[in-house]
Design a protein around this ligand. Structure first.
Ligand code: ADP
Ligand code: MG
Length: 247
């Protein structure tokens, strides 16, 4: 397989903070339509890796290729336009706006200079909002003020806001933290649905949840990859049990 067949190719990626390598010569490939879960102890560098891919943090060395374009020197907004969506741990929705309005404002105004100038057809936006709202299980809550949603529903709304941009790579950092058992189940189904059209990277600690959703699991430790593969293989790896699962 050549590098162009991957949704994302991270090669020899390094970032150091005052000499401390939070990511240390890391190489990782994600397939199109793959749902990859990244696990590992606190401080392993999981969040930092997502920061590097979305452009919040600049790499010290190495390469990040997405759709065969080099990202590592590209500003964050340009990466968003290329199709990278990132959800942070705390949801950033507009609490005073309705679910509909939250989704509406997330509709991209255009990915090119001409697109930005083009007339935004309101029927097209409405149709897209409807599709995304159904996808995230909020189809019957469009008029509700976002602040009144449950914690889980707020998380889904934020995922929906990212889906409005139709990202080709979606990254989620601990999306089920604080969710009820039922909300976790629904989130697993949601993630399985949305990875049909895109690559998805999820950082998660809940092993039952990881088992349900992961196509492949990457285990990080001290800025490096400790193990990678299907969940059952990774789970029985003595090194993984030693640094992470055994605790
Ligand atoms: P994880 O998400 O796996 O728990 P992080 O990526 O948050 O780990 O952190 C990895 C390591 O990098 C930690 O030791 C953290 O303190 C350090 N780190 C992360 N961001 C910065 C930064 N901006 N400046 C200095 N150190 C950082
Ligand atoms: Mg983290």
């Amino acid at each position: 397989m050549s590098n162009t067949d991957f949704a994302l190719a991270v090669e020899d990626l390094t970032v150091s903070f005052d000499g401390f390598k939070a990511i240390d010569s890391l190489t990782l490939y994600i397939d199109r339509n793959e749902l990859r879960v990244i696990i590992g102890p606190n401080g392993a560098g999981k969040t930092t890796l997502l920061d590097l891919i979305c452009g919040k943090t600049r790499a010290t060395g190495g390469s990040i290729k997405f759709k065969n374009q080099e990202l590592s020197k590209m500003p964050e907004h340009q990466r968003v336009r290329l199709g990278i969506g990132r959800k942070f741990q705390t949801p950033s929705i507009y609490e005073n706006l309705s679910v509909f309005q939250n989704l509406e404002v997330s509709y991209p105004t255009g990915r090119s200079v001409w697109g930005a100038l083009a007339f935004k057809c309101s029927d097209e936006v409405k149709a897209r909002v409807q599709v995304v709202a159904e996808d995230i299980g909020l189809g019957d809550k469009l008029e509700m003020e976002a602040g009144l949603l449950s914690h889980g529903q707020k998380q889904w709304l934020e995922i929906g806001m990212l889906l409005m941009q139709e990202p080709e790579l979606l990254m989620l950092d601990e999306p089920i933290a604080g969710m009820s058992a039922r909300e976790r189940e629904l989130t697993a189904e949601l993630l399985q649905r949305i990875c049909k059209n895109r690559a998805v990277i999820v950082i998660e600690h809940d092993m039952e949840f990881v088992k349900r959703i992961a196509h492949k699991v990457t285990v990080m430790h001290q800025g490096k990859i400790l193990a990678e593969g299907p969940m059952d293989k990774v789970q029985s790896n003595p090194k993984v049990i030693d640094v992470y699962l055994g605790h």
